[in-house]
Design a protein around this ligand. Structure first.
Ligand code: COA
Length: 248
């Protein structure tokens, strides 16, 4: 399935496990992650969630082969179900960004509560170069977090952000040696799992509530635009070019 999940000491850990494809996320992986998050929402044994990459890479984002094969005219439902489950979860989510994150790998960080990033890792959102547009709230949340100019640098120019910049703008809580990222995230998760559960969840709801409707609206608008872009000749050409460059 290329997703490893474990529940231990109140913490659900969801780890990408497709390193040979830089943890590019397939529809089946989104389905597995969405199911794990929906299970976590109602499982009293889960009090915090960690989303982790594998050594050296967080994720290369959506599987571009899946995008190319998608002729349905819109985003595949499992992606939306996974992101809905993430956006709706009252339990705290911590990202262990073990290496570079691309596309939805960066978008999902905007919906996590805490994030730890590997030294040397970059965050990139090359949607426009692929003929696509930002998705799942990033066109709303990134300018809000970074200001318009720096968000445009990421979302329009597609310039990767290095770890120091990600820390400086508050996208992550700390930059740590790559081998320590998962442990650091697990420590934070353990601390959250040990706190009064009702208070943690009520506090997370309060932190998120003022933005909830605006995020939902942004996601609806982005999803419509993304579907149209996915069908566009620009995107089809850019996606084909990715694989042609590799001779696959
Ligand atoms: N979808 C599908 N396959 C992907 C992929 C993706 N998003 N990203 C990487 N892969 C595959 C490559 O095709 C390659 O497969 P192969 O060995 O069968 O040829 C393998 O993963 C390794 O990729 P490679 O580019 O050689 O690794 P790298 O370490 O040099 O670079 C990245 C890593 C993440 C910088 C680079 O793979 C990349 O830019 N990927 C595309 C990211 C992207 O555009 N994501 C979508 C955003 S919306």
């Amino acid at each position: 399935m290329a997703i490893d999940t474990t529940i231990r000491d109140g913490v659900l850990s969801i780890a990408f496990a497709r390193p040979e494809k830089r943890n590019a996320i397939t529809t089946a992986m989104y389905a597995a992650m969405g199911a794990a998050l929906r299970g976590a929402a109602t499982d009293d044994a889960v009090r915090a969630v960690v989303v982790a990459g594998s050594p050296g890479v967080f994720t290369a984002g959506n599987d571009l082969g899946d995008f190319l094969a998608n002729t349905s005219g819109g985003l595949a439902l499992p992606i939306a179900h996974f992101m809905d489950a993430l956006v709706d979860l009252d339990k705290p989510v911590i990202a262990a960004v073990t290496g570079p994150a691309v596309g939805i790998g960066v978008t999902l960080l905007l919906h996590c509560d805490l994030a730890y990033l590997a030294e040397g890792a970059t965050l990139a959102m090359p949607f426009v170069a692929l003929g696509l547009v930002p998705e799942f709230g990033s066109s709303y949340l990134l300018p809000q977090r970074l200001g318009h100019a720096r968000a445009a640098q990421c979302l329009l120019l597609g310039e990767p952000m290095d770890a120091a910049a990600a820390l400086a703008v508050g996208l992550v809580n700390a930059v740590v040696p790559p081998a320590a990222v998962v442990e650091r995230a697990m420590q934070a998760a353990a601390r959250l799992a040990a706190l009064p559960t009702g208070a943690v969840q009520a506090s997370k709801r309060l932190l998120r509530e003022p933005q909830r409707e605006a995020i939902r609206r942004a996601i609806r608008t982005e999803t419509e635009a993304f579907g149209a872009r996915l069908r566009s000749p620009e995107a089809r050409a850019a996606l084909r070019a990715f694989f042609e460059r590799r001779g696959t």
